[in-house]
Write a protein that binds this ligand. Sequence first.
Ligand SMILES: [Zn+2]
Length: 107
Amino acid sequence: MNCPTCGESSQVLKLEEFWRSLSQDAELKRDLAQPPSYAAQWLVPLGLIVLGFIVLTSGGVGAGLLLLLAGLGTGAWMWRASAAAEEARERWRRLLYCRRCPAQFEP
Ligand SMILES: [Zn+2]
C-alpha cells in the first residue's frame, strides 16, 4: 500500500498498530488516539417517555404529548450521536498511517 501523499510504501502501517507501539507519554499517543465512544444516557429519554405516559393517563394530554415527543426526540438524537461515534471508531480501525509524511488515509 503506497502513501497517497508521498508515494512511499515502506513506512506505511496500520494506524492502530502504530498507535499501540507508541509509549504512553508520546505526544502522538493522544493526537492519534481512537475517537471516544459516545456514552448515551438512555435513562433521560426513557424517563421522559414514562413521565409523558403518566401525565397523559392522568389527564394532562398536552403536557403528556409534549413529554413523549421530547423523550422520542432526545432518544433519536442520542441514537444518531452514538451511531456517528461508532462509525468514527470503525473508520479509525481501518486507517493506515504513513510515518514519513505523516498522513492518515483509508486503504
Ligand atoms: Zn507518506
